[in-house]
Design a binder for this molecule. Structure first.
Ligand code: BES
Ligand code: MN
Ligand code: ZN
Length: 502
């Protein structure tokens, strides 16, 4: 059912589409020149007729080309060869996929033999084109039984052709691990809440043991023993039991720093708001309120499958937030695992309650080098940043810079938000240690982050509010509409850039 990617030596394909990258610097277009000779000049005539100059983002399709058995030649305008880097290669891969798809082509071969003049070597170029095409080929089609998806992927086979196929293949291997992590996240985020309730999400996470991840699942009695009153208070309104899942990947070398990096995710499998119930319009979106947990699980899969040389722990707090006769009430006071009491003034501010206990547990048990949490935490972050960037909140400037840099690198951008002490005062409760909402004087994403910070010890910590970027209504080059997996490539890049032993 998935598109199959292969790597091979260059040849003229017997069928389907033959794809060649074309650059604006005509002297660099050796593949185009060769193909022009092969087609006895028709290619260049077509280019001239269409004013095709290789400009980035343009394509030229030639049907039934003279001298070739392939049904089509597709030129992919790749811009200036000197600017062609990893990101350009990935986005070319994404464009190739959508072009083939819109033309209904099942089989294609891409020639990357002549790209050695780029900043990239041919092997990396081929691997990253494959990665981009793969990311763009994702669809969630589980529940279309009678009809095809409107944006169904028709491409079945994509061959990347270059002089060193085995080198390309080995460069692609870690990238395909990352793609698998992203796909796992997108699958989880797309599942409806009647299928993906906390226990089921925990079961899905257990599949990571196939990749060498150690997975533990804690149920409500264990959580009660640990004193996780904040998480359990959210869960108590649902007939679905909560879970806490701990995933460990120990990939660091023996002599390396052994304390793990910790990634903690909000996993509210459905958020009705509880007794502070949400309006019905758009409430269906709250099936993806487990997006933070989904990213943590997908990230752990990516790190394990590519055998990242790092120790990492992923912890996800899984609950369903429902109104019922047993649901927590506005005004209830709960005691968190940290010992701090929380006045729950709004049961719809539930994610932070889950994170309070999940983060505290992670810190006490693992003494991590750093903690990054991810959560679809606030509607307010969508007001601030829309759907382009995630909000970044941190107690550590170095970690902030590393996340900004990693985000720019993979085009999962984050934006640092203020964390002044003044915002923290807004969370003081009259009768408990802290309250779970601010006073209503704006900055809802900041006050939410300041609430979480009360459960962070001296560990370097960052919180990513991904409410605006977890789901997308429109497709981007590498990210088809639906669940985005935003955060997996970002945190994988953070790890690769700064925390792996070589
Ligand atoms: N899961 C929501 C935040 C959310 C909103 C995510 C829209 C994605 C899209 C969160 O639990 C929530 O309900 N937050 C409240 C907080 C408020 C009660 C202080 C919000 O943002 O309105
Ligand atoms: Mn809520
Ligand atoms: Zn929520």
């Amino acid at each position: 059912k998935n598109m199959n990617i292969t790597f091979a030596k260059p040849s003229y394909p017997p069928t389907g589409a033959y794809i060649v990258l074309a650059w604006e610097e005509t002297s660099a277009n050796r593949a185009v020149e060769a193909l022009n000779r092969k087609t006895r000049g028709t290619l260049k005539r077509a280019m001239a007729s269409e004013n095709f100059t290789g400009k980035n983002g343009t394509t030229l399709t030639l049907l039934a080309p003279t001298g070739l058995r392939a049904q089509r030649i597709i030129l992919i305008g790749a811009g200036k060869i000197k600017d062609f880097d990893v990101r350009e290669a990935q986005s070319a891969g994404g464009r190739i996929l959508s072009k083939l798809n819109s033309l209904g082509i099942k089989q294609a071969a891409v020639n990357v033999e002549f790209v050695s003049q780029t900043a990239l070597n041919a092997a990396d170029c081929g691997a990253h084109i494959a990665f981009g095409a793969s990311l763009a080929s994702y669809r969630f089609g589980l529940y279309k039984v009678k009809k095809a998806l409107t944006n169904q992927v028709v491409v079945r086979k994509l061959a990347i052709m270059g002089s060193e196929p085995s080198k390309m293949r080995s460069r692609y291997k870690p990238l395909s691990a990352v793609a698998n992590g992203v796909f796992f996240t997108r699958d989880l985020v797309s599942e409806p809440a009647n299928v993906l309730f906390p226990a089921e999400l925990a079961t899905r996470a257990q599949a990571l043991s196939d990749d060498g991840v150690k997975v533990e699942v804690l149920g409500p009695s264990k959580m009660k023993q640990l004193g996780m009153g904040a998480l359990l208070g959210v869960a108590q309104g649902s007939v679905q039991e909560p879970r806490l899942v701990v995933m460990r990947w120990d990939g660091a070398e023996k002599d390396a720093e052994q304390r793990p990096l910790a990634f903690v995710g909000k996993g509210v499998t459905f958020d009705t708001g509880g007794i502070s119930i949400k309006p019905s319009a758009g409430m269906g979106d709250m099936k993806w309120d487990m997006g933070g947990a989904g990213v943590v699980i997908g990230l752990m899969r990516a790190l394990a499958q590519r055998k990242a040389k790092v120790n990492a722990v992923g912890v996800v707090g899984l609950v369903e937030n429902m109104p019922s006769g047993n649901a927590q009430r506005p005004g209830d006071i709960v005691t968190s695992m940290s010992g701090q009491t929380i006045e729950v003034l709004n049961t719809d501010a539930e994610g932070r309650l889950v994170l309070a206990d999940a983060i505290w547990y992670t810190q006490k048990r693992f003494k991590p080098r750093l903690t990054v949490d991810l959560a679809t935490l606030t509607g307010a972050i969508i007001v601030s940043l829309g759907h382009e960037r995630a909000g970044l909140f941190s107690n550590n400037d170095a970690l902030t810079n590393e996340l900004v840099e990693a985000g720019n690198w993979v085009d999962e951008k984050v934006w640092p938000m203020p964390m002044d002490d003044e915002y923290d005062k807004d969370m003081d409760s009259d009768i408990a240690d802290v309250q779970n909402i601010g006073s209503g004087r704006g900055a809802g994403s900041v006050t939410a982050a300041k609430f979480i910070e009360r459960f962070v010890d001296t560990t370097p910590w960052a919180h990513l509010d991904i409410a605006g970027v977890t789901w997308s209504k429109k497709s981007k080059k590498l990210v088809p509409r639906g669940g985005t997996g935003f955060g997996v490539r970002l945190l994988n890049r953070l790890v690769a850039n700064h925390y792996e032993t070589k």
